[in-house]
Design a protein around this ligand. Sequence first.
Ligand code: NDP
Length: 453
Amino acid sequence: MADFDYDLFVIGGGSGGVRAARVAAGTGARVALAEDSRMGGTCVIRGCVPKKLMVFASAYHEDFADARAFGWDVAAGDFDWTRFSAQLGAELDRLEGVYRKLLHASQVEIFDLRARLADPHTVALSDGRRVRAKHILIATGGRPVRPALANAHLGMVSDDLFAMQRLPGSILIVGGGYIACEFAGILNGLGVDVTQFHRGAQILRGFDDEACGLIADGMRDKGVDLRLGTDIVEMTQADAGAVRVMGSDGSDRIYDAVLFATGRSPNTADLGLEAVGVAIGSRGEIVVDAYSQTNIPSVFAIGDVTDRVTLTPVAIREAMAFVETVFRGNPTPVDHDLIPSAVFTQPEFGTIGLSEQAARAREPVAIYATSFRPMQSAFAGRADRVLMKLVVSQATRRVLGCHIVAPQAGEMIQMVGIAIKMGATKEDFDRTVAVHPTMAEELVTLKTPVRMA
Ligand code: NDP
């Protein structure tokens, strides 16, 4: 023991790494953490948090219009990106400070340096120092990737969006995943002319088809020019930093900016992993077992770098399970089943469990669903529709999946997630009294299946 400087050395100060460091230190372990960028990682600095604040900013545009229908004499003025991004920057500085303070309070030693493995117990820091640790935890996250396309460097990735000096007048967003669809809604709401190319037949591959269809319709209704089955054929530099793009749909247009939201890759480069013999998978991810342990017993990995379920709360769960296993002597696997999540598209999407198509492939199901115009936006004269959908096993009556497209769907799915995680049946939903008048009450008043499949 004596020849180790630390019981735990964490590489990466994102959601997973910071949580693991703090909680391990709380068990009395000597802990250090290295981060070569800003503390907080993707979620806090260039992901979930600034994205959600941008979703809020973009939604005011509709709120002002709706307020008029509710009798208020208001009109939206212009959106000031400079003012908003200064406020956003200040908020991120504050949050980064909170993260640092929490680490200090937990007595975690912070190295604002790049770190790489030198051997199974040694970390080499970018200032030349080497430290030894009994356990090393890699929590280096992931990064956005551009497609292999000539001149792809002309396009931005999501990291760049938060550092924009001004909003573009027009943008082409490439991709149909979370990031593409969320930013299509955000930028559209902020007044940018948004075109979105997605190579597939429907956005948000892997999610419930019916929900994705309603989200795509809603995005189009709000003004996003969403083109499915469409990809870039050629992109070239145009004047004044603009980009000329020829699309596979025959379009030829100059956009002020292009955003590639075509996926993320684990950050495994230049960490010394190959030299130490840490197994890397085909997607560049660190291969781990159910306890987040790599093939090198002293080296563990959590979060996006392991490419299991790449969501912040999952990285945090993996961090907690790692500490429980290694520092509390209580081997705890991570439960990756039935994870509720939200996609902050406009309209918003909350989802848990199996999509209808995945459930049908597995067993006979009963589908309960309703789609309607909710009270608040209908009153304001908007055509927005919401979807409340339950996928139910015919054999056990358990609710296998729930898919909500509606304002605040993320808030709703968190609550529904508890019932579904507990194994609720459709009859458990039915015996719950409705909360009236709400959108969510429809989830407990769905009487007849719309189809048996
Ligand atoms: P996704 O993997 O979700 O989506 C990537 C999209 O890009 C897909 O539509 C994919 O198409 C398309 N694509 C991939 N390669 C190419 C290419 N060469 N040319 C054209 N299109 C391409 O990645 P994101 O970047 O959107 O998000 C990364 C991860 O971040 C998510 O998986 C999620 O885990 C996390 N995230 C979660 C959020 C949330 O919880 N709200 C928000 C943002 C991110 P196809 O479907 O055909 O493969």
